[in-house]
Design a protein around this ligand. Sequence first.
Ligand SMILES: *Cc1c(COP(=O)(O)O)cnc(C)c1O
Length: 325
Amino acid sequence: MATVYLHKQNLFDNLNKISKINPNILAVIKDNAYGHGIISFSKMLKDYGIKKVCVKNNNEAEIVRNYFEEIIIFFPDTKRSALNFSYCINSLKQLKKNRHPYIHLKIDTGMHRNGILPEEIDEVMEIIKNKNYELRGVFSHFCCADEISNDLFIQYERFKDVKKRIETFCKKNEMKFPYFHLANSYALDKLPDTFDYVRPGIAIYGGIEGYKPVMELRADVLSNRILKKGWGCGYNKTFISNKDIEITTVDVGYGDGLPYFKNGCRLKYTEAIGKISMDSMIVKGDFDKEVVVFDDVKEFVKNFDTITYDILVKISPRIKRIIKE
Ligand SMILES: *Cc1c(COP(=O)(O)O)cnc(C)c1O
């Protein structure tokens, strides 16, 4: 068996750090809370005092509906649903089909993936007014916040301009002002102004520098043996020992969501050798009970040509989650 431990104090430290930038946090818990386990994670967020979260779809929103005041759904259904669900509008076409009255408008300020174009705003605001929708929020997303580039400030300026136009429209039509949110994790410390709310994901989980890792993955020991000099182990024997060594087989593999590897990988206190199997892998050393696979994804990711998000999000939901107070 493998177990995911969730370090609550690290999560709280990350939230405290973000709160110093802006205490109004929309915690992004899409995709099973970046693989951490959406229910366990929501319990911890609620304990901290988080009131609003962002999820991927209605399915995830239903799971956490009793934990939060507002649940923002990035890719919602069209049909009407709960009062505390807010639907993100990603296009004019979607708005026309939508039947849920509580919405957040996504603005395409330059990523060109989703969102209403700035030139569509007047038409969109008319529709919202005529349908009597409650516009709860307006937001946009950065394409390049993890690097130093002009894009960040171009998008920031466009968003400021959009905010002015929407507020003018609301004032003129006696509509309630929505709240504005823009900053993802990488943008938290890069903007002159973070608007009403910030919208971090990976920083909360400690998947970027400056934040503490929440997830630790451990695997139980399955068996131990001596690998004799000249013997290989695992599929295709890609590891051949040049001396007699103690090895331990542990209960976690790519079937549990770990990335596939053919030639070993660095773990917290030891290393895996050879090819990873579906439900096990072989590590150097004689371990008795369990082996820590990683307790900081920022270190573990260095084994692979990918990003921390990708490692975390794929950790199987079948693995048990335990909150470490
Ligand atoms: C995933 C996502 C976020 C969070 O991004 P991080 O890089 O994890 O901070 C914020 N906003 C939107 C629209 C997203 O899709």
